[in-house]
Design a protein around this ligand. Structure first.
Ligand SMILES: C[S@@+](CC[C@H](N)C(=O)[O-])C[C@H]1O[C@@H](n2cnc3c(N)ncnc32)[C@H](O)[C@@H]1O
Length: 317
């Protein structure tokens, strides 16, 4: 059982939002990011009829979750998959629609705390960052093989890093001397590439490029772009989806996908009511909700969390 400090983010809010959809006999919850199953265990306890399908791309997380959820026996099905494969996962279990979907995006405390997996920049560790250690591309592969232009784009687009080009040029120069293997040398290079005045603002200079590498290694945004619409397609009428994002790039994708299905006004210049565009979803949150001060104080990870939720009100066309 994970230590108490691994508190699931927005736990009470997630329970409250999903409860109305999960009570009926035969209800199914899809937890697309099972992790250590903190949310899932609470939701199973809340609704004694509930069946859970839990997906994670990290086999280590699945093993711990399986232990934790063993009291729920046959109510639980755990699958090693990337969440954009969710339609295939559901059909392999003969499930045609679900009553609830939860996405709690990003990395788990398990992944961050295990130094050898290379997610944290504070200690020297292998440049890995694969959420699924059976996947083939590591952060070192990205640094050692991408050309300057592509590296620049990764640092800029996924890290919102102002000095992306300088850092990319330094990487390409340095790797010619010796390929990158562990993080310390890369962190030093980033620090040296960022001009001194900029080093004093905006947090640790390695933070943004580490985020960027992680997103690239795991193709996180492309996967999310496919997964949110796939989850909406699986949701029955009356079913609810809740998504927790931890950075603006993720939240933007979620906002757009939910907004489009909720009939947000089309951009200026398009006809006001496109044929067949009656809203399929009702948004349950106004904008994105942020955690209350007390939750952030108890759980620092909650400080960057953004929650959005919606309910299906009409069949998908
Ligand atoms: C923040 S943790 C989830 C924590 C969980 N809600 C809990 O209460 O313990 C996110 C999990 O999602 C997994 N994950 C991230 N992206 C994924 C993807 N594209 N497909 C499948 N799993 C993914 C990660 O491996 C990680 O275990």
């Amino acid at each position: 059982v994970p230590p108490a400090r691994h508190v699931p983010v927005f736990l009470d809010r997630v329970r409250e939002l999903l409860a109305p959809a999960l009570g009926r006999t035969g209800a199914v919850l899809l937890d697309a990011t099972l992790g250590l199953a903190g949310h899932a265990a609470a939701l199973l306890a809340d609704s004694p009829q509930l069946r859970l399908v839990g997906i994670d791309r990290d086999p280590a997380a699945l093993a711990l979750a399986a232990q934790r959820l063993s009291p729920y026996g046959a109510r639980v099905s755990l699958v090693h998959a990337v969440y954009d494969e969710l339609a295939g996962v559901l059909s392999s279990l003969d499930i045609s629609s679900v009553d609830g979907v939860l996405f709690d995006l990003g990395v788990s405390s398990l992944q961050i705390d295990e130094v050898g997996r290379g997610f944290a920049y504070a200690q020297d560790a292998p440049l890995d960052m694969r959420m699924d250690p059976t996947a083939d591309r590591t952060a070192a592969d990205v640094l050692n093989t991408y050309d300057t232009a592509v590296l620049t784009r990764v640092f800029r687009d996924y890290g919102e890093e102002r000095f992306a080009r300088r850092i990319a040029q330094a990487v390409v120069r340095e790797r010619a001397r010796a390929p990158f293997t562990t993080s310390a040398r890369f962190v030093d290079l980033v620090r040296a590439a960022v001009p001194a005045p900029a080093r004093r603002t905006g947090g640790h200079p390695a933070k943004r490029v580490f985020q960027a590498l992680r997103i690239e290694v795991n193709a996180e945004l492309a996967s999310l772009e496919r997964a949110v619409p796939a989850s909406l397609a699986a949701l029955r009428v009356g079913g609810r989806v809740v998504v927790l994002s931890y950075q603006s790039l993720e939240d933007r994708i979620v906002k757009r996908a939910l907004g489009a299905a909720a009939g947000d006004r089309p951009p200026v210049g398009l006809p006001v009511q496109l044929a067949g565009s009656a809203p399929e979803l009702r948004l349950l949150t106004r904008g994105a909700e942020v955690a209350a001060e007390a939750e952030v104080a108890a759980n620092p990870r909650a400080s960057s969390a953004r929650l959005r939720a919606a309910e299906r009100i009409r069949e998908a066309p």
